[in-house]
Design a protein around this ligand. Structure first.
Ligand code: NAD
Length: 370
């Protein structure tokens, strides 16, 4: 019998614990009904860890994250900790996890659920059926490149410097993740840079093209400049299947793509590291949204971004694509039934609480797959 999967659950701050409580129920359902055994261990991150341990991520928690099959995180931060120095803020806990787990590939799907088509600011025909994935390089590029800083010049002016830098290996490893993903989807990859004006973009394009020729000729590869990609995402987003791009362009394009689908409360994400010799990758799953202090503790948070992050965990860390489909289908049916948390409520729908949304997903799981 397969051994249980070790999941480290870090609910964090604000609405984090509320939405994660619903995910814990969903995980328990899969454990009980579908024989995917989980050992869930919960720990502190962010402000909650600062309050308990004086640090946003204790070393012991970091060790558990490194040993886990996957980490699920709610959200960190809140006004209580806003005045702390930068190095001690709740967000540093998340950054430490990303850094020490070496999570270089950030996966941000933009999936437009049919019942939410009206929630997008774009025309229904532009977004209906949308299902694209942006793979953003997460640990290199201009956010980390050296030299960096602000200096004062001899004439008294100040100069700010950041450096866009990528190596062959950094490009190849994130491109490989994107090619592999494309193979499991519609088999199309669009690589995005600005090779027209940046040498790092020229290198990016050459290395992605070389890797394609070496190992992924079955995947349809195209290239696009980042500014054009921004336009195409709002003009005709359904032309894309998987997009791979660098840290800076990915930061912006993934936010733009995410908003095609409507609400922050619906957006999951995954961050993956390198595969070890057994094929296992370090992985962190989290909703895109923050700790939403304005609604925390009031039963108003939408748990679906976190639930859908768990679906990504099933698909990418446990290779349980059919189970992930089951969970995503359950979410879609619940939305179609008109049950909505306040963030996605439209006239004629039934307003439900965070927990009632969890109830509805579980009831649908029972109906579809119990
Ligand atoms: P936020 O994502 O927390 O909230 C933005 C808006 O969206 C708020 O009005 C909030 O009520 C709403 N919202 C967010 N998630 C929702 C959900 N699941 N259901 C319903 N409504 C939801 O962003 P913010 O207000 O800019 O930041 C609040 C705190 O969260 C800050 O301390 C910030 O640093 C932190 N933050 C953390 C993360 C993270 O943990 N990954 C990400 C972003 C912000």
């Amino acid at each position: 019998m397969a051994s249980n999967k070790k999941l480290l659950v870090l609910p964090g701050d604000g609405i984090g614990p509320e939405v994660m409580a619903q995910v814990a129920r969903v995980a328990e359902w899969f454990d009980r009904k579908r024989a995917i055994g989980f050992d869930l261990e919960e720990d502190l991150v962010g402000g909650a860890a600062i309050d308990a341990h004086g640090t946003p991520l204790a070393d012991a928690t970091m060790d558990k994250a490194l040993a886990a099959d996957a980490v699920l995180l709610g959200a960190v931060g809140g006004p209580k900790w806003d005045d702390l120095p930068f190095e001690q803020k709740p967000e540093r806990g998340l950054l430490r996890l990303r850094k020490e787990m070496a999570l270089f590939a950030n996966l941000r799907p933009a999936l437009c659920f049919a019942p939410l088509v009206e929630a997008s600011t774009l025309k229904p025909e532009v977004v209906s059926g949308l299902d694209l994935m942006i793979v953003r390089e997460l640990t290199g590029g201009v956010y980390f490149g050296e030299p960096r800083g602000i200096e004062t010049l001899s004439d008294g002016q100040r100069r700010g410097v950041n450096t866009q830098v990528y190596t062959t290996e950094e490009i190849r490893r994130v491109a490989a993740v994107a090619f592999e993903l494309a193979r499991k989807r519609a088999n199309k990859l669009c690589s995005v840079e600005k090779a027209n004006v940046m040498e790092s973009g020229v290198l990016w394009r050459e290395e992605v093209t070389r890797l394609h020729g070496e190992s992924y000729l079955d995947v349809e590869l195209s290239h696009m400049y980042a500014d054009n990609c921004a336009m195409q995402l709002v003009r005709a987003p359904k032309q894309f299947d998987v997009i791979v791009t660098d840290n800076l362009f990915g930061d912006m394009l993934s936010d733009a793509a995410a908003m095609l689908t409507g609400s922050l409360g619906m957006l999951p994400s995954a961050s993956l590291g390198a595969a070890d010799e057994t094929g296992r990758r370090r992985a962190l799953y989290e909703p895109v949204h923050g700790s939403a202090p304005d609604i925390a503790g009031r039963g108003k948070a939408n748990p679906l971004a976190c639930v859908l992050s768990f679906a990504m965990l099933l698909r990418y860390s446990l290779d349980q694509g059919a189970e992930a489909d089951l969970l995503e289908n359950a979410v879609e049916v619940v939305l179609a039934s008109g049950k909505r948390t306040p963030d996605i409520l439209q006239p004629g729908h039934e307003a439900v609480s965070t927990e009632a949304m969890g109830d509805a997903v579980l009831a649908e799981l029972d109906r579809l797959g119990g």
